[in-house]
Design a protein around this ligand. Sequence first.
Ligand code: ZN
Length: 240
Amino acid sequence: MRYAIISDIHANLEALEAVLADARERRCTHFMCLGDLVGYNANPRECLEIVRALDCPTVKGNHDEQATLAKTSGEFNEMAERAMTWTRQQLTEDERSWLRELRLQRQVRDFTIVHATLDTPAQWGYVFRDLDAAASFTYQHTTLCFFGHTHVQCAFIRDEGTRRTSGERIHIEFGKKYFVNAGSVGQPRDGDWRAAYCIYHVDENLIEQRRVRYDIELARQKILDAGLPRLLADRLALGR
Ligand code: ZN
């Protein structure tokens, strides 16, 4: 049994389609979505429709939350806010209410999914350092938890201490805990422009971090055509 874990799609249709094609090619039969379906890029409705059709466990991200508000709460920077204002105008009430009803964290089989952190999931903190991960581990009651939000693919392993790995393959060992960031499908920020996602090989106790090439030029052109900030198109190519 193989799960494809997708996070931070951010309305990038080209990246989402490429990731799903790659996952199906690799015989993934189950999917999970870690939130931030919308924001930044130009196809929020199309991405929402695809994820809803997958009918998979999905948790809420901060951009999903913002998209359901009538107006800005002032938490975003100017560029993110401009994209969010545009996104709010695109979505239907049905789409907004679907996003509104998403939960902040879920347990799926014997693992957990969350967008940002397990210690304070509603505050949207970022887990970059071992110390941040250690706080989440305190609230992690399953061996394995998948998260997103930073747009940086990596994993934290808890045994005697907490350590970070950016390895492509992680073997799940008994007695340890794993807090795994699936990276971002639609706006990676680790210097690699390719779409990121992760495969959980349940029967082999193996996690595989993957990168997939997609039609980035089309995604960038759509951002410009929609009148969204040019910087959003530029950062896709930089992976920042
Ligand atoms: Zn995000």
